[in-house]
Design a protein around this ligand. Structure first.
Ligand code: FMN
Length: 178
């Protein structure tokens, strides 16, 4: 389970972000030491309409026991408080064909069984693995939830992260496992 303490820590960290940084980290947040926060975003020109607000950000979660959902919901709230629009999506409902329309797509997903996706996210997982969709316009980040006492720690998140890259999407934050 993801404890309240962890969630609170994440909230505190995210609360210190600028709007750009919040976008950058919206898939999963701070604490990704070593990577310049705005390095992956195009420059913002103040004499033009704020491009941040025109970007589509989706924060999707795949969960079995609710941890990923809780985390995603908390993060979405933080991002919205920054005045940034974010769409929270449950992967059990998400139409993978819509991936082609996304701009920024962040995934929080757990691993279940013996390295398996959450039951309700399996359709999404299978779709991206069985179809050669072109995701070259997609920028993404994955936060993998798991338990290191399992041999296949965070395997589903790893798989999604790797598959998105294979399908041409641009990883703008490294895979985070927790
Ligand atoms: C039956 C069961 C099997 C699990 N299998 C794995 C696993 O293979 N690898 C892993 O990293 N975590 C595994 N976990 C741990 C979960 O991924 C972890 O508890 C996670 O926080 C659950 O997130 P969720 O509530 O969003 O599904 C398993 C948990 C359960 C209850």
């Amino acid at each position: 389970m993801l404890s309240e303490t962890k969630l609170n820590v994440l909230k505190q960290i995210s609360g210190e972000f600028s709007r750009d940084e919040t976008i950058w980290a919206s898939g999963y947040l701070a604490g990704l030491a070593g990577t310049p926060l705005t390095a992956t975003l195009p420059p913002i020109h103040t004499d033009q309409p704020d491009p941040i607000t025109t970007r589509k950000i989706t924060l999707a979660y795949g969960t079995e026991t609710g941890n990923s959902k809780k985390l995603a919901t908390g993060l979405a709230g933080i991002i919205k408080k920054k005045g940034i629009q974010v769409k929270l999506a449950d992967l059990s409902q998400y139409k993978p064909k819509d991936l082609g329309k996304e701009d920024y797509f962040f995934v929080i997903i757990s691993t279940q069984g013996e390295g398996d996706p959450p039951v309700l996210a399996k359709k999404f997982y299978d779709y991206i693995h069985e179809n050669e969709i072109n995701l070259s316009n997609l920028k993404f980040g994955v936060l993998a939830l798991g338990d290191s006492s399992y041999p296949l720690f965070c395997k589903t998140g790893e798989d999604v992260d790797y598959r998105f890259e294979l399908l041409g999407a641009k990883r703008i934050v490294p895979l985070k496992k927790m």
